[in-house]
Design a binder for this molecule. Structure first.
Ligand code: COS
Length: 379
């Protein structure tokens, strides 16, 4: 057993942290306030190969392992959780399924520009009636000659308002229920494909989360990803990887809460001394540090198993469950340590508090993660 990071993994941390500190930390305040998708940041991150990290270089990827990817999302999220999930979605939910299930032609045409960050991708699974119950897809795709005709609505789609490409799930055979779901690659600008409501949110406000509308949207049959009927499995396998990304995002948020709280508690004086002298504060810091480190180890373990091409559904679910809980609790403690300043818009802490919550909800709620873990240990 070796818990040391490789040289490449250490260098990834240094490089991404440097970028995040210099280019993102301050911008994060504006991204949150203006609720605007950070196109300029996306472009700069693409130049650093962060939008398709663990994919083959021949398809525009960075050629790193998945531990590097988890470190990357963690460091970006430590500065800006909105940007962290934009990165996670492009890598895990868009590039990954095309890399795994795509034909050679699809990899050249779609994966290459997405991994290079020349195009922005989104993952359109969630619908008004299909959140945790992802198999209950109401969007339909009907075969008509050499085309599929898509009809339906997707909601809460991260990057949906700005994406060039959507990975869309739809029913091709209702009778077969979840075994009748298929996956499609749909380009922005395809007639019948439009963006609906842009979501106003508690946190991660810069992600361009939107509704996607398909009205008699005709797409070529060659845009199907994997086989007809394989969509639910593609969604589940893709979400396994996505959960590593969200766990890493949560680790980044938790670490940011800890870092800010350590600095603040050493500087804030009450009763003629820094508040870090008080055991009440020390215990909060100790709990935050322990949970953050535990979350990090679980996250890297899931990423490592993915690199080893082993099953990692359970480990990814455990990482996300634990890390999202660590992030939410760390953000609560950070507000408490900062007192009135933690509640004020003048400080970044209230943003961490708002951003942390979503990690317990998207890409499978904490309750869904427990279902996945229980199903795995009981099988
Ligand atoms: N990898 C590969 N295949 C998987 C899989 C995985 N991680 N998880 C499930 N499957 C397969 C199963 O093997 C099964 O296939 P067979 O029928 O051929 O054996 C099929 O998918 C159905 O699996 P299961 O019976 O476990 O499905 P459930 O309906 O019970 O799924 C949960 C339950 C809740 C786990 C699933 O619907 C889920 O993850 N929901 C949350 C979705 C989500 O994250 N939504 C957020 C959207 S993105 S923000």
């Amino acid at each position: 057993m070796n818990l040391n990071l490789t040289e490449e993994q250490q260098m990834t941390r240094e490089m991404v942290r440097d970028f995040a500190e210099k280019e993102l930390k301050k911008r994060a305040i504006e991204i949150d306030r203006n609720e605007k998708f950070p196109f300029d940041i996306f472009k700069k991150m693409a130049e650093l190969n962060l939008m398709g990290m663990a994919f083959p270089e021949e398809y525009g990827g960075g050629g790193t392992d998945n531990v590097c990817y988890a470190i990357g999302v963690e460091e970006i999220s430590r500065a800006c959780a909105s940007t962290g999930v934009i990165m996670s979605v492009n890598n895990s939910l868009v590039c990954d399924p095309i890399n795994i299930f795509g034909t050679e032609k699809q990899k050249k045409e779609w994966l290459t520009p997405l991994a290079k960050g020349e195009l922005i991708g989104c993952f359109a699974l969630t619908e008004p009636g299909a959140g945790s119950d992802a198999g209950n897809q109401q969007t339909t795709a009907v075969k008509k000659g050499d085309k599929y005709v898509l009809n339906g609505n997707k909601i809460f789609i991260t990057s949906g308002g700005v994406a060039d490409v959507a990975v869309v799930f739809a029913m091709t055979d209702k009778e077969k229920k979840m075994k009748g779901i298929s996956t499609f690659l749909v380009k922005k600008g395809t007639p019948g494909f439009s963006v609906g409501k842009i979501e106003k949110k508690l946190g991660i406000r810069g992600t361009g989360s939107a509704e996607l509308i398909f009205e008699d949207c005709e797409i070529p049959e060659e845009n199907i990803l994997g086989k007809e009927g394989a969509g639910f499995k593609i969604a589940m396998m893709t979400l396994d990887g996505g959960r590593i990304g969200i766990a890493a995002q949560a680790v980044g948020i938790a670490q940011a809460c800890l870092d800010e709280s350590v600095t603040y508690s050493k500087n804030r004086r009450q009763f003629d001394q820094p508040i870090s002298n008080f055991q009440a504060v020390q215990w909060m810091l100790a709990d935050m540090a322990t949970a953050t480190e535990g979350a990090r180890l679980l996250t890297y373990k899931a990423a490592y198993l993915k690199d080893q091409k082993k099953r990692y559904s359970k480990e990814a679910a455990m990482a996300k469950l634990f890390a999202s809980d660590a992030a939410v609790k760390a953000s609560q403690k950070a507000v408490q340590i900062h007192g009135g300043y933690g509640f004020s818009k003048e400080y970044v802490i209230e943003r961490f508090f708002r951003d942390a919550k979503i990690t317990e909800i998207y890409e499978g709620t904490s309750e869904v993660q427990r279902m996945v873990i229980a199903a795995n240990i009981l099988s």
